[in-house]
Design a protein around this ligand. Structure first.
Ligand code: S3P
Length: 424
């Protein structure tokens, strides 16, 4: 796909449903008693991988576009699949499902695409093994494919070395089936969608500071779930609206859960004109977000805010190129183990466009204010990198070509159409 300098983006966008919440709605709906009805479900490839894994385990799931009915089988109702469970490109599917599978009464093999087979799975294997799970990396390299044989689990108090909602959720899901209480303490609080949604399904989950605590459950109960717009998808239009002169964009019904909304804070700190309208506060809070082009300045981003904007950092890094002064991103080494090494891929691609960026051990430093020019961008099949450079291409001189641009199907299949509509 090719992109070139454009003048202001104007109009409204309803971004697709939140990816994290969509995954969880299928998983918890499958384990619940009764039919869970989901609206504004994300029809991206990652969430479709989750649907197909649970269908293979005997769950009847009917989907018509973004409307989904999950006919739950109860906590003990999953069946041994006939073949390997393929999680595609989805780390959330792989890690969360492992916590569930660790406690079933059958064996499975879990795998995924080339990227998934390189991503670290020891981070979930270690705590699950401590809980009594039988889980192993088939090639003994700490990555998928994973062989899991369900076993009897017991609760633990796990001190997680990383702030990761995928790790926390895998442990909490195993904890649903374990004997005794399970606790996970994180260095910083990661997204809490699992805790919020499990509670609505009837589980006894609570939090104390950076610790999530779950009691074993006998049953979960089906729910109606309206998935809010994904702030990680809205992030591309937030940045575009701020950076591209003459822009005014209204992003409708976006999830603004505080454990996810760090980018809003950073945009404001950078001098961005961002207004929240029509805020709701029950369950997963949402708002319409109005963004207008602004002159931006550099900031330092690190510490506890990092997990709340981890997936938005590529876009924030590119936006920082158009801000005055330096932006420092630190404590973000987790970026190296996402769908691609997002520190390396950002530094290389931004440098190719003429930006002044330095890679650091746990982040990067962007010296803003240098004009960017078009370049050929290797997305490394990473959806967030492709979208970041589509937007950045709209601010660069000349033509920017994004390779493997169709990888946006993972989280935002309509992204290019929505972007083009705002250009008119
Ligand atoms: C996710 C958690 C985050 C995030 C990912 C989705 C989730 O990963 O980057 O896109 O749904 O729990 P980590 O748990 O590895 O930080």
């Amino acid at each position: 796909m090719k992109f070139q300098t454009c003048s202001g983006l104007r109009g409204e966008v309803t971004v697709p449903g939140d990816k994290s919440i969509s995954h969880r709605s299928i998983m918890f709906g499958s384990l619940a008693k009764g039919t869970t009805e989901i609206t504004h479900f994300l029809e991206g490839a990652d969430c479709l991988s989750t649907i197909s894994c649970f269908q293979k385990m005997g769950v009847s799931i009917e989907r018509s576009g973004s409307h989904v009915l999950v006919h739950g089988q109860g906590m003990r109702g999953l069946k041994k699949p006939d073949s390997v469970l393929d999680c595609g490109n989805s780390g959330t599917t792989t890690r969360l499902i492992s916590g569930i599978l660790a406690a079933q009464d059958f064996s499975v093999t879990l795998t995924g695409d080339a990227s998934i087979q390189k991503r670290p799975m020891k981070r979930i294997m270690t705590p699950l093994l401590q809980m009594g799970a039988n889980i192993r990396s088939i090639h003994d390299n700490g990555c998928a494919p994973l062989a899991i044989t369900g076993s009897r689990l017991h609760g633990i108090h796990y001190q997680s070395p990383v702030a990761s909602a995928q790790v926390k959720s895998a442990i909490l899901l195993a904890g649903l089936y374990a004997e005794g209480e399970t606790r996970v303490t994180e260095p910083y609080v990661s997204r809490n969608h699992t805790e919020l949604m499990l509670r609505s399904f009837g589980a006894d989950v609570r939090t104390e500071d950076t610790t999530a605590i779950i009691q074993p459950a006998k049953e979960l109960y089906a729910q109606e779930i309206e998935v809010p717009g994904d702030i990680s998808s809205a992030a591309f239009f937030l940045a575009a609206g701020l950076m591209i002169p003459g822009s005014e964009i209204l992003l409708k019904h976006v999830g603004i859960n505080p454990t996810r909304a760090g980018m809003l804070e950073v945009c404001r700190e950078m001098g961005g004109d961002v207004t929240l309208l029509d805020e709701t506060s029950s369950g997963e809070p949402t708002a319409d977000i109005l963004v207008r082009s602004s002159s931006l300045h550099g900031v330092t981003i690190g510490g506890s805010i990092i997990p709340t904007l981890i997936d938005e950092l590529p876009m924030i890094a590119a936006m920082a190129c158009f801000a005055e002064g330096d932006t420092v991103i630190r404590d973000a080494a987790e970026l190296k183990v996402k769908e691609s090494n997002r520190i390396d891929v950002m530094v290389r691609n931004l440098t190719a466009m003429g930006a002044d960026v330095e890679e650091t051990e746990d982040g990067m430093i962007i010296h803003g204010g240098k004009p960017l020019h078009g370049a050929v961008i290797d997305s490394r099949l990473d959806h967030r990198i492709a979208m970041t450079f589509a937007v950045t291409g709209c601010m660069a001189d000349g033509v920017t070509e994004v390779l493997d641009a169709e990888c946006v199907n993972i989280s935002y299949p309509e992204f290019y159409r929505d972007l083009a509509r705002l250009m008119k």
